[in-house]
Write a protein that binds this ligand. Sequence first.
Ligand code: NDP
Length: 248
Amino acid sequence: MSTRIALVTGGIGGIGTAVCRELADRDCTVIACYYPLDEDGAEAWQQRHRAEGYDFAILPVDVTDYRSARVMAETVEQLYGSIDILVNAAGITRDRTLRNMTEEQWGAVIDTNLSSAFNITQPVVRGMIERGFGRIINIASVNGQKGQFGQANYSAAKAGLHGFTMAVAQETAARGVTVNTISPGYVQTAMTMSMPAEIRDRIVQQVPVGRMGTPEEIAFTVSWLADERNGYTTGANIPVNGGMFMSA
Ligand code: NDP
């Protein structure tokens, strides 16, 4: 992979961090986006990585805010140049059974996991089409493929995200831009480590590989999809779930 500019939303999160490191190891210039209220955390994250030899740029964006996304995309264009690789990894959960779910819990999850893809991708994809190269990778979830008790909001958002992937993939296929989804199973990050240990144990029992995934395993799949040599995989939903959900 030659020097490309990669933008990762949720870039300082568990999976996002592994993606940033993997793409930097592949000689990309990496810009990690963080939630605007987390500036101190983002700077600390940047310093920690600098000490390890990673020179990541950081930029604030609220992925739920269309205008914030536009400003971020314009800033990247001015400071670093055109974005070649976009990884939409920002996401949240607000689990509740449908009967008890509030409108706020529904809306927050749809806005952060689904509308975010529209907000961030639209200002970026135009440049990719003009230049005839782009890689867009949307991080969904196994629970968007099979549904999950207590996650009507999250399952709907992640299933919708792959619908977005397939539609945009068709609009950009002839222009050198691929668009794909990765659907991870359960991965060891803050998102899953906040679950009670007995629930995590029960989940692992359902995983044929017998353990949770690592952020690095998701990042490796991102770098495979992002590679210049991979121009023929588009509109796909790549499962990285330890065999937890298999489909034909
Ligand atoms: P993390 O919580 O570690 O990372 C998510 C990141 O998204 C955080 O840095 C968070 O910032 C950021 N974020 C949340 N809301 C916004 C917003 N409005 N604007 C900008 N950034 C925001 O989770 P993971 O790394 O585990 O998850 C990454 C992606 O992978 C998510 O889309 C998730 O749904 C998906 N996924 C995760 C799985 C897992 O088992 N961990 C399994 C399947 C899918 P902040 O912390 O400041 O809020």
